[in-house]
Design a protein around this ligand. Sequence first.
Ligand code: NAD
Length: 361
Amino acid sequence: MNNMNEAESIFSGTKGWEKLRALIEAYRNAGIFILVDENTAKFCLPVLLEKCPELGNSVVITAKSNESNKNIAGVESIWRSLAKGNAVRNSLMLCLGGGVITDMGGFAAATFKRGIDFIHIPTTLLAMVDAAIGGKTGVNLDSVKNQVGVFNLPKAVFIFDTFLETLPKRQKLSGFAEMIKHALIDSPEHFEKLILLNSPEKICNDANILESVLVKVAVVNQDPKEAGIRKALNFGHTIGHAIETYSQKHNTHPILHGEAIAIGMICESFISLRLLNFPEDELRRMSGFINWHFPHYSLNPVIADELFSYMYQDKKSFGQMQLNFSLLRGIGEPAWDQLAGEKLVLESLHFYTNLDAGFFV
Ligand code: NAD
């Protein structure tokens, strides 16, 4: 991945549409492909085509929505569509969708003919603030999330809050979780702002989204390949990914990525309290805030062993005896490569389970 400042390639608003039109002009003769899923084909593609009429002749590739389709078979299908549409090395792919589309599309583009250019136009709040930013692309392998992939930055990312008008409330909440994470690793002021706004609906505008995006960009610019500070972005994810994987496997209606990360942030703040003296009043306040907004997920103690097996498979763990976490010393003070044993992790799951759903001051 090159070391460009990603902030310079992120655009929004009216200027964003102008920039997008200018960018695609350069690829007009080499073939432009638009990757969508069935929902973004219905809700977002008409908006894009209206704003950029020159895309009328591009090839639309439809991938199946949902995390369960973010796998190598999904990528293979995209590769075949690119080949069938005669894509060449200097063709362009626009990824118009949520994190499943940006992760899978980015990976398909990065590997087709050893790499064609791609642009992300995220259409979920989660993809806007997180998945489309930072150059991580990839797919799940069996039950392990994001096991196969490459680092590769898109040519540009376009944030248009207009796409959020059709996004279901629950999906907005899922993105809100990653905004909370960015605020928690950024500063007490940023977190206070979210508490005052107090609603994923009120937060869905370009300015608030860009503020969150810039937290991630600042971290990624310092450490593109996740050798150090980028690991701070994994706060909430060691436990969150395990719960997400468990739910994907066992629940008819699995919880969403952000919903799982929200639980992970509560548990990992508890671990932060024990290992790094994260202040108890902050723990009560942030877990009360998250628990107020997000649905409670039942963590029956019998599932703990299965959760641990996913945590050990997670890329963030070392060996088999201890689990590796990205934690907080305080709000705005991330600390990564922190090791915790199973006993403490179990206590954190109990802490979450016993939270009073009505408690938030
Ligand atoms: P998603 O892509 O599955 O989208 C959620 C749902 O919303 C889908 O059904 C989609 O079709 C629909 N949708 C999308 N835009 C819409 C719109 N504007 N109106 C109506 N419906 C719309 O899920 P997501 O939450 O966006 O992304 C989750 C994925 O992102 C996970 O696979 C996760 O691993 C990945 N992720 C990647 C990174 C990264 O750095 N690469 C970071 C965070 C998350």
